[in-house]
Design a protein around this ligand. Structure first.
Ligand code: FE2
Length: 213
């Protein structure tokens, strides 16, 4: 798995549902230290499409509800976003939505686009812990990108919607289809991800997630 993670920025495996949480945690402990997304929830978080009203404040669900999500890196509102995301499927749901992964180093960026990603300031909204950051940094190895919690903090034109547009990222993205028991590990520092669209109400789609630092 480590080889595939290094090579592709993500890796996949599978496991029995009877002790799924333990398997996800064990993968996490092999990669680093599993960490809770926020206080009050455990190390293994259950994720399903929800209506906007049921989303956690400032989450993508609170903005996009049951729709598709924009490409993003998880925990972008942390000073250092988590290194890995482990997702395991309990049920793919009636809509059979895919998860899409896009490695930024596969994008054919111009030098001015790279400059923008390094220099344009964004306010990263996290209540009293909000801070300013760019999408890329010369002194750090990770991407920080989440349109849900990042707002342009410059009067200069925000080009992130063009540089990281869905159309452009779709050209380099990989589609992950789910089945019960499937597990993927995403290198959150290198690959953006998103949940695709479903025309079918699929509140029965259930994934489990472990974040690893
Ligand atoms: Fe995510």
């Amino acid at each position: 798995m480590l080889e595939a993670l290094k090579e592709n920025g993500w890796a996949e495996t599978s496991g029995p549902l009877c002790n799924f949480d333990e398997i996800l945690l064990s993968i996490g402990k092999n990669l680093g230290r599993p960490i809770s997304a926020r206080g009050g929830i455990g190390l293994v978080q259950q994720l399903s499409p929800l209506d906007k009203a049921n989303g956690y404040p400032r989450s993508l669900t609170s903005k996009f509800g049951m729709s598709s999500f924009p490409f993003h890196s998880d925990t972008s509102h942390w000073l250092t976003p988590c290194r890995y995301i482990i997702l395991g499927c309990i049920s793919p749901g009636a809509g059979h939505r895919t998860t899409e992964l896009a490695r930024l180093d596969k994008l054919d960026l111009t030098s001015s686009e790279i400059k923008f990603l390094h220099n344009h300031p964004f306010r990263v909204i996290n209540g009293s812990k909000s801070f300013f950051s760019s999408i890329l940094g010369h002194n750090r190895p990770f991407i920080r990108y989440d349109p849900g919690c990042m707002q342009s903090a410059s009067c200069r034109t925000d080009l992130s919607n063009e540089i990281l547009s869905p159309q452009r990222l779709e050209n380099i993205s990989e589609q992950i289809s789910w089945f019960a028991g499937k597990i993927i590990v995403i290198d959150n520092w290198r690959a953006l991800h998103r949940r695709s669209f479903s025309a079918t109400n699929d509140k029965d789609r259930t994934l489990k997630r472990v974040l690893v630092i």
